[in-house]
Design a binder for this molecule. Sequence first.
Ligand code: HEC
Length: 100
Amino acid sequence: MTALMAGLTMASAAHAKGDRAFGEYLSAECVTCHQLTGGFAGIPPIVGWPDESFVAVMNEYKLKQRPNAVMQTLAARLSDEEIAALAAYFGSLAPRPAAQ
Ligand code: HEC
């Protein structure tokens, strides 16, 4: 019973932080536009942000408080869990110089 409860506590902590591996999987759709290098080519970079900022911005798109039809449509399809996972993944990446 104690072991089970410890397992549950760990699972919910991981959930609150966002599942990075799940975020990496979901990011495939984002990186067709947003560059992982953190470079700016008409589309703003989204790597290396604190989780809270990333989640806040995605929710603003979801609630249509931020203008941009593409991002509003994309964000509206994402659950809170998926947004947290994307925040964990993109936030864990450091912007890199484009030359590599
Ligand atoms: C079709 C291209 C496209 C795709 C795909 C896309 N985005 Fe975006 N995204 C944009 C554009 C363009 C902007 C800038 C909008 C603006 O300036 O108003 C943006 C803005 C953002 C911002 C705010 C950046 C800032 O500096 O304010 C975040 C965060 C973001 N996108 C996350 C995502 C995530 C997460 C995904 C995948 C689920 C995604 N985007 C997929 C084009 C895209």
